[in-house]
Design a protein around this ligand. Structure first.
Ligand SMILES: [Zn+2]
Ligand SMILES: [Zn+2]
Length: 273
């Protein structure tokens, strides 16, 4: 299969790699239909190089169609459409039973003192082959994958893998009182999603502000997200950027499928199919 492979610092390519296979009874293999590019992938591109190994397959925000399941996976069958959360958890250990799935005791990377294994995120998180690939082995598939209905496009679901729960948790940590307001610094996918989520529990106006390293705070006006009845930002500089990394992740999928170039966050090409 084709996959996004880490070769070294600032050296990521699309390569042929072996197809994944069922290894444990709780595994599934999915055919990836969409797969996100994340800010975390940029960490791997450069900062976390010491914890990467040439040949590592990147990616942790996938959805797709089940191809095969192990004998212990009873809730999935080939053909099911699923979103796969980026963390790998068993669902039954002490941590999982208390909702602390990123600390799953079954998959913890204890040799590095870290929490649950993650797809495509360095040896610190288990060096699990990632999801910017045509196929993905999904460990703990008796628990992790989220079944979604057929019909709507992937964009409607794929943020369930990382963007939506990450943003949801950020809003939960903020613990904004009812009728309070919320400021989100940074209008990337997570920031924009956090503003959307903030509306649900009744926070009055998810206020947001674009943020750039080195920007002077006084030059960054707060902006609401543009819900009907909310004040709109003045000028393009505070207009939210596309709100979901689905756009970028669909680009990734097209790369795998259509043999075009892979854009990096800076717009430079980092690989070709
Ligand atoms: Zn991510
Ligand atoms: Zn667990």
């Amino acid at each position: 299969m084709r996959a996004t492979v880490w070769h070294g610092k600032r050296d990521v390519r699309i390569d042929d790699v072996p197809d994944p296979a069922i290894q444990d009874d709780t595994d599934a293999v999915i055919r990836v239909t969409s797969s996100g590019l994340c800010g975390s992938d940029l960490h791997l591109y450069e900062v976390l190089t010491p914890f990467m190994t040439p040949g590592d397959v990147l990616g942790h925000e996938p959805m797709g169609v089940v191809e095969e399941v192990g004998p212990a996976v009873t809730d999935l069958r080939p053909g099911d459409r699923v979103v796969v959360p980026f963390r790998i958890a068993c669902g039954t250990c002490w941590m999982c039973r208390r909702g602390l799935r990123t600390q799953c005791e079954t998959t913890q990377v204890t040799e590095h003192g870290m929490g649950a294994r993650l797809f495509g995120c360095t040896e610190l998180y288990g060096a699990v082959p990632g999801a910017q690939a045509e196929y993905l082995r999904v460990p703990q598939a008796q628990y992790g994958p989220i079944k979604v209905p057929g019909g709507p496009p992937d964009d409607r679901f794929v943020c369930l893998s990382d963007v939506l729960p990450t943003a949801w948790q950020a809003v939960a940590y903020a613990d904004v009182p009812r009728d309070g307001s919320l400021v989100v610094l940074g209008l990337g996918p997570i920031g924009a999603m956090a503003c959307r989520i903030a509306r649900h529990p009744g926070v009055a106006g998810g206020a947001s502000a674009p943020w750039q390293q080195g920007a002077e705070r006084s030059a960054v006006p707060a902006a609401c997200l543009g819900r009907r009845g909310h004040p709109q930002p003045d000028g393009d500089q505070v207009r939210p950027r596309p709100t979901c990394r689905a756009a970028r992740m669909r680009t990734t999928t097209r790369v795998v499928a259509s043999r075009t170039r892979v854009p990096s966050a800076s717009g430079a090409s980092v690989g070709t199919v």
